[in-house]
Write a protein that binds this ligand. Structure first.
Ligand code: THU
Length: 158
């Protein structure tokens, strides 16, 4: 199901998303982005109400860096194993601009989200800002990856 909700007004975001937005903004200073100057933060809401954040971590050897989404998700897996994810929000700030910058997760991060969704056998909502600065709510990681490659592709059919 690809029923994305696009919100005209950020105030229309639900309370949980607004809470995630605050936590993500608070964590932005921990981003390490000296090369792109594009700081990204992700806040993940777990089933028990706890919120885990992650920020992008760059490297002089560019591909060795890591996106905020995957930092947050891998932290969830290693620090809170077995806890289900309810919602993930991502936001970004370019340089010292006051306004948030659009940040729609990259392909590899979507793929990692999909794996988490399949591991927990339950979809989770993904919230991010599109190029028009509107908040988009996707119902699942799967909805962001049409024709996706997943663990199902590796299963032998009998
Ligand atoms: N980045 C993320 O953290 N998440 C994304 O979904 C897209 C890009 C980071 C990677 C790099 O540190 C910077 O943003 C510029 O690409």
């Amino acid at each position: 199901m690809n029923d994305f909700t696009i919100l005209e007004n950020p105030n229309d975001l639900d309370e949980e998303s607004r809470w995630l937005m605050e936590k993500a903004k608070e964590s932005l200073p921990s981003a390490y982005a000296p090369y792109s100057n594009f700081r990204v933060a992700t806040a993940v809401l777990l089933e028990d109400g706890s919120i885990i954040t992650g920020t992008n971590q760059e490297n002089a050897a560019y591909p060795s860096g890591m996106c905020a989404e995957r930092v947050a998700l891998f932290t969830v897996a290693s620090q809170h194993p077995g806890k289900k994810i309810k919602k993930l929000l991502v936001l970004a700030r370019l340089g010292d601009q006051l306004e948030l910058s659009p940040a729609t997760s990259c392909g590899p991060c979507r793929q990692v989200m999909l794996e988490f969704e399949q591991r927990q056998r339950q979809p989770f909502q993904v919230v991010m800002q599109n190029q028009q600065h509107r908040w988009v709510k996707a119902p699942s990681a799967e909805s962001l990856l049409p024709f996706c490659f997943s663990n199902e592709s590796l299963q032998v059919r009998k």
